[in-house]
Design a protein around this ligand. Structure first.
Ligand code: AHR
Length: 509
């Protein structure tokens, strides 16, 4: 009774600090986090490629063969493992032959999906591979099923991957590339349920089977074949594809976007949003867990051998576009909230590392939840960029199981989410990395880390005073990671997490 009264008194005085304990079991390592989980997406959309990354070799903006040095330099620090291109919806209207040969002879088309602007095809196959090679990334090429054909996709693959003396690889050589390009993933269409052709799962699955039959590559050069799957709550695509195309695909893709209001018509603003949209955004993003779980259940039934990967090849926040910008360009600011969203999703992907073997955030530059924003020659790194950078050690790391004790709920109205999200893994450098997210914008949280010893540890935190704190061209470093203390006592490590923060702790020499 006396103890309860003292505790109550301390609480009232604000002195008692609630704590969450993360218990990590280093003796039972789990699956490896495929580096491709940290893949990115670059579509011919708005200034995502043109202006944001590609300025052309004649530009005054410093570039290497047309690709901006500042942007590429920044992205290299993220060790981007994989880039998906050319779409998205754009992929199902893209004809690869229009993007090869002398740039001034390439046809100018209308980008009918994104803003109705001219697409001069300056970035085509060779330029894309130059981009990924400059980044040190792998290529994920999305084929055109919607307005293309199995023949067009097969010939594109031959052009890219063959070392023969046949006409297509010879054309590639004439266009400046002797050795074949390495295609790590190849998808047959995109969002076949929508912009990719408004198909039904059964119909798409038949077309997928037909197409893949003709997608031939030299031995050793075969990309992972991606069947375009469902989105949101819909598991019917995973069901049909894993039943009827299991032996013809390496993975099934899935798309899920986080929308603060849950309504496509009025999605919510990227900045200056009301407090309740901090909560609703995080609540919505955590539904990724249910979506993966539901699809994995289907996969486990139809593919118990775990042959198939579940590729979340589009995800991220989608807000109302910034005022005064082309609505078809999907340009949005990026705040601390986006960094928290990114980290929550990383932790979910790690939890499903056995199936979730590849993801691509939408998108890389100037579009949706971007890493980088540009304004002519200016560039800034977004809070999402910093989350990716902090999580680099998780690429290729081995997951370590953990449990959370004393984790409180952060509530709004009748809904709640866990206050702390955590993930742990042993990095390729032997250190243990623990990623923590405090979702609560109003309360700090003391987090004890148990099971990794109390040796040498260091940590960085990403946080800010305002929920919508963001970087601008005038103040590009307003939100960036900073060191945070890790205390060591009684065989445990302790971090005092500020409200609304992401922390990554590195344990070991
Ligand atoms: O990322 C923007 C668009 O969202 C993609 O083109 C499409 O696949 C999805 O609907």
């Amino acid at each position: 009774m006396k103890k309860t009264m003292i505790a109550l008194a301390l609480l009232t005085a604000g002195l008692a600090q609630a704590a969450t304990t993360v218990k990590i079991d280093t003796a039972k390592p789990g699956p490896v986090i495929n580096k491709d989980v940290y893949g990115q997406f670059a579509e011919h959309l708005g200034t995502g490629i043109y202006g944001g990354m590609w300025v052309g070799p004649q530009s005054k903006i410093p570039n290497t063969r047309g690709w901006r040095n500042d942007v590429i330099g920044a992205l290299k620090k993220l060790h981007v493992p994989l880039v998906r291109w050319p779409g998205g919806c754009f992929a199902d209207e893209y004809h690869w032959r229009e993007g090869i040969g002398p740039r001034n002879k390439r046809p100018v088309k209308i980008n009918t999906t994104w803003g109705g602007v001219d697409e001069n095809n300056a970035v085509g196959t060779h330029e894309f591979f130059d981009l990924v090679e400059q980044l040190g990334a792998d290529a994920y090429v999305n084929g055109n099923l919607g307005t293309g054909s199995p023949q067009e996709m097969a010939e594109w693959l031959e052009y890219m991957t063959s070392d023969n003396k046949s006409t297509l690889p010879e054309l590639r050589r004439k266009n400046g590339r002797d050795k074949p390009f390495k295609v790590a993933y190849f998808a047959v269409g995109n969002e076949a349920w929508g912009c990719g052709g408004n198909m039904k799962p059964e119909y798409y699955t038949n077309l997928y089977r037909q197409s893949v039959t003709f997608l031939k590559t030299p031995a050793g050069a075969r990309p992972k074949m991606v069947a375009s799957g469902g989105n949101d709550n819909d598991t019917s695509w995973t069901e049909e594809l894993s039943k009827s195309a299991k032996n013809m695909t390496d993975g099934i893709s899935f798309h899920y976007y986080t929308i603060p209001t849950g309504k496509w018509e009025v999605k919510g603003a990227a900045t200056g949003f009301p407090d309740n949209e901090w909560f609703s955004t995080l609540h919505a993003t955590l539904r990724m867990e249910d979506h993966i779980r539901n699809n994995v259940k289907v996969l486990d039934k139809n593919d118990p051998e775990k042959k198939l990967g579940f590729y979340v090849d589009e995800w991220g926040t989608w807000y109302d576009v910034e005022k005064g910008t082309n609505a078809g360009f999907l340009y949005q600011q990026n705040t601390l909230r986006d960094a928290v969203v990114a980290a929550l999703n990383f932790n979910i992907f790690h939890d499903h590392a056995d199936r979730v073997r590849m993801t691509n955030i939408a998108q890389m530059v100037n579009v949706l939840q971007a890493m980088v924003l540009t304004d002519n020659e200016k560039m800034l790194l977004t809070p999402t960029y910093h989350a990716y950078e902090m999580y680099v050690p998780f690429q290729g790391a081995t997951t370590l199981p953990l449990s959370l004790e004393g984790n409180r709920k952060y509530s709004s109205g009748d809904k709640s989410i866990p206050q702390v999200s955590a993930s742990a893994a042993r990095g390729k450098d032997g250190k243990i990395y623990v990623a923590l997210v405090n979702t609560n914008p109003g309360e700090a949280e003391e987090v004890n880390i148990d099971g990794v010893g109390a040796g040498k540890a260091s940590a960085r935190v990403l946080t800010a005073n305002a929920m919508d704190a963001h970087n601008t061209f005038a103040k590009p470093d307003a939100v960036k990671p900073a060191p945070i203390a890790v205390q060591s006592s009684g065989g445990k490590l302790t971090v005092k997490m500020p409200a609304k923060s992401v922390v990554v702790v590195a344990v070991g020499d």
